[in-house]
Design a protein around this ligand. Sequence first.
Ligand SMILES: Cc1cc2nc3c(=O)[nH]c(=O)nc-3n(C[C@H](O)[C@H](O)[C@H](O)COP(=O)(O)OP(=O)(O)OC[C@H]3O[C@@H](n4cnc5c(N)ncnc54)[C@H](O)[C@@H]3O)c2cc1C
Length: 385
Amino acid sequence: MASSSSIHVAVIGAGIVGAAAAHFLAAAGARVTLLDASGPAAGATGASDGAVSVASKRPGPMMDLARHARAFYVRSERDGLFRGLFHRRSTFLVARTAIEADLVAQHGADLAAVGERVVEISRTALLDRIPGLGASVCAALEIPDDGHALGYEITERLLHKSGVSIRRNAPVSEIVMRAGRVGGVAIRNELLAADAVLVAAGIGSAPLLGLGEILIPRKGQMVVTDRASTAGPAIDGHLMAASYLAAKRGIVRDNAHIGLVIDPLMTGQFLIGGSREDHRSDHATDAVTIAAILREALDLYPPLAGRRVLRSFAGVRTASRDGLPIVGLHPYREGVVIATGFEGDGICLGPFMGACAARLLLGEKPETDLSALSPQRFARVEAHA
Ligand SMILES: Cc1cc2nc3c(=O)[nH]c(=O)nc-3n(C[C@H](O)[C@H](O)[C@H](O)COP(=O)(O)OP(=O)(O)OC[C@H]3O[C@@H](n4cnc5c(N)ncnc54)[C@H](O)[C@@H]3O)c2cc1C
């Protein structure tokens, strides 16, 4: 690979992952062209919640990576890059049945096993923290070290601080290979020459990489309320129902298409979500799904009945077939790095993963072991497809 001062990298996708990679590439002296079919944060990054949460992660590589990624936010807040955009706050994992209580307890044990602080909290103590909590809540754990950031604000900050210029309305149709290694990308009738290419195009990565069988769109609908407070978050933490954990841990339930979270935003509003609709890549919201989300939310936190619903929206997560992101060197296209498949975790993981992808593009070792995410694990499948 060329030295970082002379290398030209084409980054496909100006979501949180592409923006972070572009930022850290530019900081290392690379020349970067950031391309987006639409504009910054036009994909999932601009239509999501912003839980920077270890509490929500499946045990294994995701939980480990989320701990690195959250620490990266904490560092970046401290050193100024994310100042004012990342906010520490607790996640409360809440159960409403005995089966859910078992699941929450198991999850708490898994979190504690990786060194995460986990605090058991009685219903009475939780009611003191969150007055009005639903009568059905029977058990809860507090994970005190989580946080929150809005994906589009982080993306904007990364781009602003790096000075990387972005080409909007630039849909890449092909990665062009020359004599066995990458030569650039095709945008409509234009060939943009590049020494290396990062594919960070969310669900748009599937056609570019021939991963239609491996990456699936998973739509999520969410609701935004009016302000319940004019002095910061209306409640003292993020409420995450066991239904969300069950979805993350691959446990199928009756209402598996809803993983309930109630997120108190800095604005005093609530962000409530969300549905998990596989193979749906449209952005429509519908009354049946929104009603189901609100029914669950009212059961968990009845004071929401006094709020006005300002709007609903939908975003599209990019899920991989085995539930792990795909990050690493392309198995047989030299000079191409992939960073996609972040499903409902890319706001948490995105900045750290973008920084790791930048290092891979520069021929350096990433800050942590990414072997569990290697694209190589699908290479055999793709080669035989
Ligand atoms: C409802 C919902 C709630 C969520 N809540 C959370 C949460 O609480 N915490 C969390 O960590 N994560 C959450 N997520 C997940 C998170 O939003 C995503 O994982 C993350 O935004 C993915 O970022 P990305 O940069 O990989 O992709 P994207 O943000 O999708 O960006 C991809 C970009 O690539 C561009 N593109 C696509 N194809 C091409 C092409 N051919 N040429 C050029 N450009 C192209 C698109 O226009 C887009 O701008 C949520 C997602 C949804 C939908």
